[in-house]
Write a protein that binds this ligand. Sequence first.
Ligand code: CP
Length: 314
Amino acid sequence: MTIEYKHDLVTVADMSEAEVLHKIKLAQLFKAGKQVQLNRPVYAMNLFFENSTRTHTSFDMAERRLGMQVIDFNASKSSVTKGETLEDTVKTIQAIGVDLAVIRHPENEYYNELLNMNLDISIANAGDGSGQHPSQSLLDMLTIYEEFGTFKGIKVAIIGDLNHSRVARSDMELLTRLGATVSFAGPDQWYDEKFAAYGPHLTVDEVAKNSDVVMLLRVQKERLGDELTKFDEAAYHKQFGLSKERYATMKDNAIIMHPAPVNRGVEIDSDLVESDKSRIFTQMKNGMYMRMAILTDIMVAKGIINEADILGVD
Ligand code: CP
């Protein structure tokens, strides 16, 4: 398999099956202790304009484990608060010598304008609005592949706050491309025709019983707007959550996933977060290794890691 090493990673839209499988293998090698050499000092900056624990920390850790220098950035103390645009911010840090910007931003496709500028600095998308979350999706693929050894014929149910979920959008694209079968469940108003092209909308009872992967999504209260006043956590859990009763109907080898943070007792019974079927903390661990793989491929594209260092991965 040959893959094209890309200067930026912003979406899964242009990601081939070969590229996903390559990144999974590379992440697994990092998990087994593989190391790579940078040909010169590399400076990374993580620009988070929305809060994050997992993505921010694991990109930071991945950068350090690859030997990069990580430069502090705090959006609330930056000149963005004085009206500087994202484009000028990124051009500024490029001028100062930063090689890689990992960016989370509330605006969908914030990255288009940056890519149009053909900058030397690389962009890794850590989540854009309700658009894409490619690094989360790739760590999800790693977690599913580790469990089942294939995507072909694996039934994945994505349940909950679909409308606001960049994870659902990235995962449904990659899963169908890789040969998995996707279905959805949750409130009707959070499912629309965008999702219908990827899979049917079924009841939570049905998908809990029949799926290999039961993927819960966080109810994104911060994005519910007027709906928040009417939102009843206990009623949601009863109708759409993974309760102990629904857990008891899951297939023997089925697993639970959730991108986290988790609303315990809402989309999932709190005790089930640590249950035998849960891979929620495995996903977090895999996130660091997958982000090492993502950053390595970007560094190969930039000529900073030798391709020969990672040849044989495929
Ligand atoms: N899954 C995820 O993106 O978590 P954070 O918001 O904590 O990064």
